[in-house]
Design a protein around this ligand. Sequence first.
Ligand SMILES: [Zn+2]
Ligand SMILES: [Zn+2]
Length: 161
Amino acid sequence: MKLFKDIKKGAAEASEKAKLMIEINKFKIQISQNQKEIDEEFRKIGETVFELFKEGNTEELPEGIIESCNACLSKQEKNKELELEIRKLKNEKNCPKCGNTVKLDVKYCPSCGNKLEVIEEENNLESQEKPSEITVKCNKCQTENEENAKFCCNCGESIDK
Ligand SMILES: [Zn+2]
Ligand SMILES: [Zn+2]
């Protein structure tokens, strides 16, 4: 009978232990959830301070913070350059007025008609491809434009359909 008691005791201990683990896990989940929320608040604090820094309110900011802000700023600028590199590789540029993505050799934004800076291409293999989709011809310069173009990509003339 002693053995049976021991087994029973062992089983009860095991289930106690399991219960305990569940309890502990519940707390752990709460802790990590709270930590996530804290991190999110930290991020907001950082963004607010960064805005103050960009507005030039640097007098009240501690030295270390200014350093961090400068680091963020230079990384942001680096990312802009890298994104430009990607667009160059993809033979694309963005219209500064409406944000439309167009090919590098496009002179006028087909969406808003804004005159675009023509970026010299290093690899113009892609740009030699003729557009395969349905195109509309510009009445003024006869350039083939994408079907949904509102303005001619070559001369900026508005396209009537
Ligand atoms: Zn545009
Ligand atoms: Zn045209």
